[in-house]
Design a protein around this ligand. Structure first.
Ligand code: NAD
Length: 298
C-alpha cells in the first residue's frame, strides 16, 4: 500500500483510518440485511435497558437508539429509576428473554450501586446477548466456536481488516486486559494466528514490548500513553482510549491513549474521536441483525 507524504513531500505520513466512513458503510449493509429479514417476516428488535440517569449513559443510549432507527431496527427503550431493585431488573430481563419479538437485549453500564452487574449480565439469554458479555459467548469466543462477539473488539477487527489480509505471525501488542476490550480482541487476533502479547498496568518495560509490534491496540484509558518512540516504523496503531479532559481554558475534549502527533512514522492510526467509537455502535447493530437471523434457525 502506498504511504501518504507530508506537505513538503519528504516524510511519509501515517494514514488516518476513517472509522466514521467505515461505520457508515457498515450501517448501510446492516440496513440492507434488515430489509432482507423483513421480507422473511422478521423485524430485528433491540431492547435497551437503562437504570438511573447517568449523563454519559443517556448520551450512549440516545446514539444507539438513533442508529437503530437509521438501520430500520426496532428499538425498545426501558428506562428505569435509579432505585430499581435487582429482582425487578432480573424480572424485566426474563420477560425480554422470553419475548420472541425481541432479538437483542442490551443492559447499559454502569448499573447503580447495589445491583450486581455480573449477575444481571449473566441473566441475558446468550442468543440475545448483543454485547457478547455472557459467559457462554465469552467461552465460545475463546474456543473459536462462534457466538456473539463484543462490539468494540469486533469493530477493531473490521478496522484492521481494511489494512491487513493475513495476520499469520504478525506481532500484536494489546495494551489493557479488560473483559470488554483487551481480552476479547486478543482472542480474535489469536484466531487469525497473530502472535499476541497482552499487556497491562503491571507490565514491565512496556515501551520496549510495544516497539516490537506490527500492530498495537491501545485500550488502557491513559491519555497519550503511547508515545512516538514506542511505535516501530510502519506499525498499525488502533487507539481505543476515550478520556474526557479539561483544557486550561476550561474546554473539555476527548483524548485517546496515543500521542497521535508523534506517530507519523506509523503505517496507519485511528483518530480519537472518529476511529473505534463509531465502529462500536455499527457492530452492535450488526450483532442485533445476527441475533435476529440466528433466531430464524431455532
Ligand atoms: P479498564 O479500565 O477496564 O481496563 C484498562 C486496562 O488498561 C487494564 O487492564 C489496565 O491494567 C490497563 N492500563 C491502565 N493504565 C495503563 C498504563 N498506564 N499502562 C499499561 N496498561 C494500563 O478499561 P476498558 O473498559 O478496557 O477501556 C479502556 C479504554 O477504552 C477507556 O478509555 C475506555 O473509555 C475506552 N473504550 C472505548 C470504547 C469505544 O467504543 N471506543 C469502548 C470501550 C472502551
Amino acid at each position: 500500500m502506498a504511504r501518504a507524504r507530508s506537505s513538503s513531500g519528504d516524510r511519509p505520513m501515517a494514514q488516518r483510518i476513517d472509522g466514521r466512513a467505515m461505520a457508515r458503510a457498515m450501517l448501510d449493509e446492516t440496513a440492507q440485511a434488515v430489509e432482507q429479514l423483513k421480507t422473511q417476516g422478521v423485524t430485528p428488535a433491540l431492547a435497551v435497558v437503562l437504570v438511573g440517569s447517568d449523563p454519559a449513559s443517556e448520551v450512549y443510549v440516545g446514539r444507539k437508539v438513533a442508529q437503530c432507527a437509521r438501520a430500520g431496527i426496532r428499538s425498545l427503550e426501558h428506562r428505569l429509576p435509579a432505585e430499581t431493585g435487582q429482582d425487578e431488573l432480573l424480572a424485566l430481563i426474563d420477560r425480554l428473554n422470553a419475548d420472541p419479538a425481541v432479538h437483542g437485549v442490551l443492559i447499559q453500564l454502569p448499573l447503580p450501586r447495589g445491583i450486581d452487574a455480573s449477575l444481571v449480565l449473566d441473566r441475558v439469554a446468550p442468543g440475545k446477548d448483543v454485547d457478547g458479555f455472557h459467559p457462554v459467548n465469552v467461552g465460545r469466543l475463546s474456543s473459536g466456536t462462534g457466538g456473539l462477539v463484543p462490539c468494540t473488539p469486533l469493530g477493531i477487527m473490521k478496522l484492521l481488516d481494511s489494512l491487513i489480509d493475513d495476520y499469520r505471525g504478525l506481532d500484536v501488542v494489546v495494551i489493557g486486559k479488560s473483559n470488554i476490550v483487551g481480552k476479547p480482541v486478543a482472542m480474535l487476533l489469536l484466531e487469525r494466528e497473530a502472535t499476541v502479547t497482552v499487556t497491562h498496568i503491571e507490565t514491565r518495560n512496556l515501551p520496549d514490548v510495544a516497539r516490537k509490534a506490527d500492530v498495537i491496540v491501545a485500550a488502557a484509558g491513559a491519555p497519550h500513553l503511547v508515545r512516538g518512540y514506542w511505535v516501530k516504523e510502519g506499525a498499525v496503531v488502533i487507539d481505543v482510549g476515550i478520556t474526557r479532559v479539561t483544557d486550561h481554558d476550561g474546554q473539555t475534549r476527548i483524548v485517546g491513549d496515543c500521542a497521535t502527533h508523534e506517530l507519523e512514522h506509523a503505517r496507519a492510526v485511528t483518530p480519537v474521536p472518529g476511529g473505534v467509537g463509531p465502529m462500536t455502535i455499527a457492530c452492535l447493530l450488526a450483532n442485533t441483525v445476527k441475533a435476529a437471523r440466528d433466531s430464524l434457525h431455532g
